[in-house]
Design a protein around this ligand. Structure first.
Ligand code: PLP
Length: 379
């Protein structure tokens, strides 16, 4: 099997899986109890937090809230912050290309709390429209949430001008969904007041995520219980998950440059093939986007049919929404780039990891070429 769907989920590393088993076998005490076994687990849990902050090169005014994944972290960041701070203002800004967890949390805030949600546009080059941002921000804005790397097309967003504008609004909290950036690009995360990450995107397991936030921020909890994790996220502290997330972050950051070189070669080979065959494919990703994600559209075929056919050949990709010939593979991100309907309804996303090889890139190209001849044009 060729697995080209790593932006959706990655293969867990064996050493991380082994650590998870070992901790559950040996260090199973509840870290919040008062006996010595528990205290040992609590100590390791706190150490894990510090190691995450240190791997991410964060100053010591940050804290880690462990969650079940990025969807929970994003929901907590938006809903938790806004509910707690609703007296400060009633406007938030998110981009139109955010992950559903941000868009739906925003919708919830708008419908239930009457929050005005402003949607930042992107330009045709994929970058945030800074001039538009200037028109959206105002004295009532309390939170801005902008993703760092786009999960559908791989744009690495330039935050410098946004950050410049935010200097004039020191009370506005800046959150970023950094799920697709962690371990893929070198970045100074001190830029954000809060950011989100997820374990299963960096070769750890599903069910692991974190919201990293400045210690002075006040958030309402979304989950109620025994007041664990600063009363922001209750529930028995999960040492095994926290420990494995920490390991995955440490490894991913340490190995960024090594893996990036290999993935760049795979990406460039396929990118070049798609570009040289412009009569068949429209590239939705640019050459300088994150090399781990490559998005393109079929000009004459239905992407969902191609995705299924590739899958039958053992090549796993995604059309972004769903891999089924009965479903439109419509991408709101590609639509936001200003592309026409036949393009944004026929996107295929391929996404790589350290486990992919150049040979797989050749096999992918061969398979797509063959299918282009075998499958009849639908459009
Ligand atoms: N944010 C982005 C940018 C993502 O790509 C994803 C996963 O697809 C998520 C959030 C949600 O992550 P999780 O599966 O950890 O909830």
């Amino acid at each position: 099997m060729i697995y080209f769907d790593n932006a959706a989920s990655t293969k867990p590393d064996l050493d991380i899986l082994e650590k998870y088993r070992q901790i559950n076998e040996e260090l199973y005490a509840n870290p919040s109890s008062l006996n010595n076994f528990s205290k040992h687990c609590e100590h390791l849990f706190n150490q894990t937090k510090h190691q995450i902050l240190s791997s991410l090169n964060l100053k010591n005014d940050y804290d880690v809230i462990f969650t079940s994944g990025a969807s929970e972290s994003n929901s907590l960041a938006l809903i938790g912050y806004v509910i707690k701070n609703i007296k400060k203002g009633d406007n938030i800004i998110v981009s139109e290309v955010e992950h559903a967890s941000i868009l739906n949390a925003s919708k919830y805030l708008s419908e239930k709390y009457n929050i005005k949600v402003s949607y930042l546009k992107i330009k045709s080059d994929g970058q945030y429209d800074v001039e538009h941002f200037k028109t959206l921000i105002n004295k009532k804005t309390i939170l801005v949430s902008l993703m760092l790397v786009n999960n559908e097309i791989g744009t690495i967003y330039d935050m410098s001008k946004i950050k410049e504008i935010l200097k004039e609004y020191p009370d506005v909290i800046f959150h970023s969904d950094a799920v697709q950036a962690i371990g893929k690009i070198n970045y100074d995360y001190n830029l954000f007041d809060m950011f989100t990450l997820s374990g299963h995107k960096i070769h750890s397991m599903k069910g692991q995520g974190a919201l990293i936030l400045k210690k002075n921020l006040q958030l309402s909890p979304l989950i109620f219980g025994g007041n664990q994790q600063e009363n922001i996220r209750s529930g028995t502290l999960d040492l095994a998950n926290a420990y494995c997330l920490n390991l995955a972050i440490k490894k991913a950051i340490k190995e960024i440059d090594i893996h990036q070189k290999n993935v760049q070669l795979i990406h460039d080979k396929i990118f070049k093939y798609l570009k040289n065959n412009g009569d068949l494919y429209e590239l939705n990703s640019k050459i300088d986007d994150l090399c781990y994600i490559l998005n393109f559209s079929f000009k004459h075929k239905k992407a969902s049919v191609m995705c299924e056919a590739l899958s039958l050949k053992g090549i796993q990709t995604t059309t972004v929404s769903a891999c089924s010939s009965h479903v439109d593979s419509s991408s709101y991100v590609v639509k936001a780039l200003g592309k026409n309907e036949s393009i944004y309804k026929n996107t295929l996303r391929i996404s790589f990891s350290k486990y992919n090889t150049l040979k797989e890139a050749d096999e992918f190209i061969d398979a797509v070429e063959t299918l282009n001849m075998e499958i009849k044009d639908e459009r």
